[in-house]
Design a protein around this ligand. Structure first.
Ligand code: ZN
Ligand code: ZN
Length: 419
């Protein structure tokens, strides 16, 4: 029997992991620059957290969650998105009592039972960030800037920021009512998906990829905004302009989650196909209270690292070169192998990348291996060398070699490396 990775999951193989590490290091550096600190929540949570937090009208909760009953008869769900667990953790550990403002980020796997497609896997990895406690439009702009500038730092160009506002509990109901009146007569001509969404969350009908073109004359949230929401949205736009992040207003951008209020945004790449989003988010001023905390504003985003990597590949972004091996220790015979072990250990203690032969190959095959590893120096210990108490050091770039007494080796090597 042969096993395969489960549909919608994939392995990150050694040849690909340096790309991942690079992207993650850029993310961490960017997050640190803004003063975000990392939070790590469990892979799974109580199912109710997502039903309440993500919202039971969403596609995620209705169709996409990996939910199971554990042996203690608890309903458990692999996390499909990062925000509800983060808020749960903040409330559980009283982070917001210690400090009224919390800024956190995470890099974590998420699980959604969706139709797998390029860069969209059932297990995928998200970089997300949240600012909890600030109602300021500048907090919105800060999370947008973190996402946008991280993508830029990774070398991605052709980025598009789409921006919308969804209003607040004060002004959204009037808009919703108007929208329901507008959509109702259209329903027979809309897809099943639209009809389903119309009952659960009419705003999300506008999101339909099939029928989107039919909604050009839909009522606009902009006409219903209360003064506070209008001012907030204007301030977000003004601040984005000041820091030169270009954006387009997209009144059809409603995002897939129930908890968004006011700002909703999405960052997309011109180097992805029709599904061009790299990440998105928005403000969620009602969520903390919904999950049992005091009324507390929040804003954040989630983004897919597989999508980053796909966009980088499509765009031909160069990753930094992998570190080369400083030393390969080629040995022949048992005594040489033991000597090699000793020398290798000393070199690593000094901070060098050092590999030694583990397959007992011929010296010729070992030299080929050293070449494949792009090794800087080979330390050769054959039977002859052991007899004379020396080693041969081959400079793989200069194609020269010299013989060094064993007892002076490490010192000599350090000298040579400094040249
Ligand atoms: Zn409002
Ligand atoms: Zn539709």
């Amino acid at each position: 029997m042969k096993f395969k990775a489960v549909k919608g999951t994939s392995d990150v193989l050694p040849a690909e992991s340096s790309g991942w590490q690079y992207v993650e290091s850029v993310i961490r550096r960017q997050a640190e620059k803004f003063g975000f600190r990392e939070i790590r929540t469990p892979i799974f949570e109580e199912t109710a957290l997502f039903v309440k937090g993500t919202g039971d009208t969403t596609d995620i909760v209705q169709k996409e969650m990996y939910t199971f009953t554990d042996k203690g008869n608890r309903s458990i769900t692999l996390k499909p998105e990062g925000t509800p667990p983060v808020i749960r953790a903040m409330l559980e550990h009283n982070l917001l009592k210690e400090n009224p403002l919390a800024k956190v980020y995470y890099i974590a796997p998420m699980f959604r039972y969706e139709r797998p497609q390029a860069g969209r896997m059932r297990q995928h990895t998200q970089f997300g960030a949240e600012i909890v406690g600030s109602p300021s439009p500048q907090a919105d702009v800060e999370v947008i800037s973190l996402l946008f500038h991280t993508l830029q730092e990774l070398g991605l160009s052709g980025l598009k920021l789409r921006l919308n506002t969804l209003g607040c509990p004060k002004c959204r109901p009037q808009y919703r009512e108007k929208l329901v009146g507008y959509l109702k007569p259209k329903l027979p001509n809309l897809c099943e998906y639209c009809n389903d969404r119309f009952l659960r969350n009419p705003l999300r009908v506008l999101d339909c990829k099939v029928d989107q073109d039919k909604f050009d004359d839909a009522p606009e949230m902009g006409q219903f905004l209360c003064t506070e929401c209008r001012d907030h949205f204007q301030a977000v736009q003004d601040n984005l302009s000041v820091i030169s992040i270009p954006f387009v207003l997209d009144k059809k951008l409603v995002r897939g989650l129930d908890y968004y209020t006011r700002t909703a945004f999405e960052v997309a790449s011109r180097h992805l196909g029709a599904q061009d989003a790299l990440g998105g988010g928005g403000r969620y001023d009602g969520l903390v209270e919904e999950l049992g905390g005091d009324p507390t504003p929040g804003v954040g985003f989630g983004s897919g690292i597989e999508r980053y990597l796909l966009a980088m590949k499509n765009q031909g972004v160069k990753f930094p070169e992998e570190k080369r091996t400083d030393y390969f220790i080629a040995t022949l015979g048992n005594e040489a192998k033991i000597k090699g072990m000793e020398i290798g250990t000393q070199l690593r203690l000094k901070g060098y990348i050092c590999e030694q032969e583990l397959l007992d190959r011929s010296l010729k095959a070992q030299m080929r291996e050293a070449n494949r590893l792009n090794t800087r120096f080979v330390i050769l210990i054959g039977e002859d060398e052991i007899k004379k108490g020396v080693v041969t050091i081959k400079d793989m770039d200069g194609h020269s070699q010299r013989v060094v007494p064993l007892n002076e080796l490490v010192e000599k090597i350090l000298g040579a490396a400094k040249q």
